[in-house]
Design a protein around this ligand. Sequence first.
Ligand code: ZN
Length: 304
Amino acid sequence: MKKVKIVEVAPRDGLQNLQAFVLTDKKIAFIKKLAGAGTQEIQIGSFVSTRAIPQFRDMEAVTQSVRRLRGVELSVLVPNGRGAEKALACGITRLIFFFSVSSKHNYANVKQSPRDSLKELESICRLLPPGLLTSLRVDLGTAFGCPFSGSVTTAAVLRMVEKVAALGAREITLCDTVGFGHPKAVEEKFRECFRLFPEIRFGAHFHNTRGLAPANALRAYDVGVRSFDSSTGGLGGCPYAPGSSGNIATEDLVYLFESMGIKTGINLKKLLKICAWLQQILPQAKLSGSLFPAGLPRKHKLFC
Ligand code: ZN
């Protein structure tokens, strides 16, 4: 059976951009609803400095309430060893470390060079018990372009992948942080990654800034990617990347794959209900997906 894993990032990538604080019980309800729709993995937030992103000041409380959910993997972003320690203390063992291939974006985002981020990653790898190293995921931001310095070459991405792999990480996601990617670049970067690093599991994280995220996802699937990030309602962006808009909407990505007979495990009808609920509790947020509010085609075989 053809299938993909869809990693829901709205509680993290989506909410981090909202000015207004989303109440803790709403965040918890959101995560539970997503789990109830069949989501395999949910990024529930970031253990970052609450001064940098106040939206995540209630991470401990959110984590405590959802950590025993069954049938779903919960992950958190950590920018440094301190964040990793906090996450582990809260019982979350699926950690995601992120930094950007582009120096300028990395400085804007985490106030340090990619080289220093790699040192930080090394300290996290040392901190983790050996069994947990395989569940560490490393996200390479601006892998398809940077809002400050423009294009990012495949060679630059491969150099970074090599350094991350040398530290023991076995899962790497190429992130199109600001929607610069196009299918040709997606094909070239992932093909080279798979060819040179067959031991690494590669995932894709696309933003739909210029409308190409679905085309990029499809091309990535064609070259072998089986893990995709997306955000319900297309919520998202990057606070340190001017012009970045939402992630590819989960409902659009699920619709794309399921229409082609590629299973996601996600119940689209439930997901569309979550979109409607989200719009109700976050009236200020602009949902940018297409399937909500367009809805499913009537009497569509796959979804009836
Ligand atoms: Zn993103």
